[in-house]
Design a protein around this ligand. Structure first.
Ligand code: HEC
Ligand code: HEC
Length: 461
């Protein structure tokens, strides 16, 4: 019986795929992403591990951390004990030698304060990676090395963390606030590690380019629909394996990696349980309904349908059709070192392996909660939905306020000022490599009124 229903599911999926792809006639066809088997887990346990767990086992000694950062009084996550006075994006954990340390957690990039409330799972578009943190790491190292007696254990507990930050920080600097460098970070982390044993080497083992490719962090609530991870859909196989890759920052050996990995089925269950926040203002129902019809005719084939019996097509859209900035996917071909490292590494071993499958193009993402996830496109180059749907409205140089972010609920996205010249590190300069706002011209052929209606509909997702 089970087999029969599985067979029916496959047949139905294939039929859906055939009808979907038939509608594309501009050159190369989109590619359907087949699902891969995932581990199951417990969302509540996953949440606790995510916000209090020791997936990084090295960091800054607790007392030293407070000297630098001070106490955080928000306690957005309502954590207790040693985490009570830490910002939501740091966790206090015991290092293997028993020292209490503070390590960054996933919410550095995967949570953001929006209108005074922390939204866990919202990609953080307010981070500042324009500063080289190497100096801070060197300072901490120098200070900790002067400690002796019992306190010498503090240096031991911080060593893996400091070594990694020292080595990678100079290459992790971007020109612009708000964009994320996780892709470069991943490549840098593996470049210092043996693929099989995961042992650290001070020497950079891969010859990596120094270019910085910016990304905008995707919302976690989208993953439950997707058959592949990441913008270019290259994350295949067991998702938990990718989720735990942050452990590469400080991991000592594969025994530790295996232990950390054994928690990430639960973290995945938590991520899959997150719902997008609802649009908080009034929606014009008649306009939204008009917008839905336009969406069904123009956008559905790539972005799917929504509501109770919604369906998501899981398509990769080739470069010839999408035409958005190519730097992110191109780098996997011009510099295949990262993909090669991963595909012969510990991550591909065992009974729930993962692998990377590069593609020249991007996945058409689900649009749930799209109103809150500005800026848009994979590199965050477009400030609001109106400009996503009308390429003529996309600013070349634009600046938003990072200290007091201001959101526009009308054409959802960030309020910004247009600039005539590139300017300081708060100005998004779309003429830089990887930062282009080209492509995704599917809304251009609509009238202004039609675009308004589609935006009204997008607010309901
Ligand atoms: C330094 C910032 C940063 C940190 C820390 C970080 N991530 Fe991410 N994460 C990103 C970025 C950027 C992407 C998108 C990269 C891409 O698609 O090319 C991403 C992608 C993902 C995705 C894929 C979403 C999708 O729809 O494809 C998941 C899930 C995820 N991260 C989970 C985690 C977990 C769990 C942790 C902690 C163990 C973590 N991340 C730590 C920045 C970060
Ligand atoms: C041929 C497939 C295709 C069609 C048709 C299409 N899109 Fe997209 N859309 C994509 C892809 C692929 C991306 C990701 C591009 C990138 O990030 O570089 C995307 C991105 C988006 C984004 C930004 C998502 C984000 O999180 O930044 C929005 C909003 C969007 N599309 C809305 C629409 C609407 C509305 C329509 C119909 C008017 C539409 N799309 C038609 C493929 C398509």
């Amino acid at each position: 019986m089970k087999k029969l229903s599985a067979l029916i599911a496959i047949v139905v999926t294939c039929m859906a795929f055939v009808t979907i792809t038939n509608k594309f006639n501009e050159g190369e066809n989109p590619e359907f992403i087949y699902p891969s088997k995932q581990r199951t887990g417990n969302a509540a346990i996953g949440y606790t591990y995510l916000t209090t767990g020791d997936y990084l086992k090295s960091g800054i000694p607790y007392s030293l951390f407070f000297m630098g950062a001070g106490k955080d009084t928000n306690n957005f996550l309502n954590r207790t004990g040693n985490n009570k006075n830490l910002a939501h994006d740091f966790t206090a954990v015991k290092a293997p030698n028993g020292e209490l340390i503070v390590a960054p957690n996933c919410l550095q990039c995967h949570a953001q304060v929006f209108d005074g409330k922390l939204i866990v799972g919202l990609g953080n578009s307010l981070t500042d990676y324009t500063i080289n943190r190497q100096g801070t790491a060197l300072f901490a190292e120098k200070f900790l090395k002067t400690l002796s007696g019992e306190n010498a254990k503090k240096y031991e507990a911080a060593k893996n963390f400091i070594t990694a930050i020292k080595a990678i920080a100079p290459s992790l600097v971007t020109t612009t606030k708000g964009v994320n460098l996780a892709d470069a970070l991943a490549a840098l982390l593996v470049s210092h590690r043996d693929p099989q044993t995961l042992e650290w080497s001070d020497k950079n083992l891969l010859d990596l380019p120094t270019e910085i490719i910016p990304t905008d962090v995707p919302a976690w609530w989208l993953l439950k629909k997707k058959n592949a991870m990441f913008y270019n859909g290259f994350g295949r196989g067991d998702f938990g394996r990718f989720l735990m890759a942050s452990n590469l920052l400080t991991v000592t050996d594969t025994a530790e990696a295996k232990e950390v990995d054994s928690h990430f089925n639960d973290v995945l269950a938590f991520i899959n349980s997150i719902q997008p926040p609802k649009f908080p203002k009034a929606i014009n129902v008649a306009m939204a309904s008009e917008g839905k019809s336009i969406f069904m005719a123009t956008c559905k084939k790539c972005h799917g349908t929504y509501g109770e019996d919604g369906s998501y097509p899981n398509l990769l859209i080739p470069e010839s059709i999408i035409k958005t900035d190519s730097a992110l996917y191109t780098s996997n071909y011009s510099n295949p070192q990262f993909v090669n490292w991963f595909n012969q590494s510990w991550f591909t071993s065992g009974d729930h392996p993962a692998k990377l499958v590069p593609y020249r193009g991007y996945i058409a993402p689900p649009l749930d909660g799209i109103w809150v996830t500005a800026p848009y496109l994979h590199n965050g180059s477009v400030p609001n939905l109106e400009a996503v749907l009308n390429s003529k409205k996309r600013p070349k140089y634009w600046q938003r306020n990072f200290t007091q972010p201001s959101y526009n609920y009308d054409i959802p996205g960030y309020n910004y000022e247009t600039k005539d010249v590139p300017g300081n590190n708060e100005v998004y300069n779309t003429t830089q490599k990887g930062f282009s706002n080209e492509g995704h011209y599917f809304g251009d052929k609509l009238s202004d009124a039609q675009r308004r209606s589609v935006i009204e509909y997008l607010k309901t997702l």
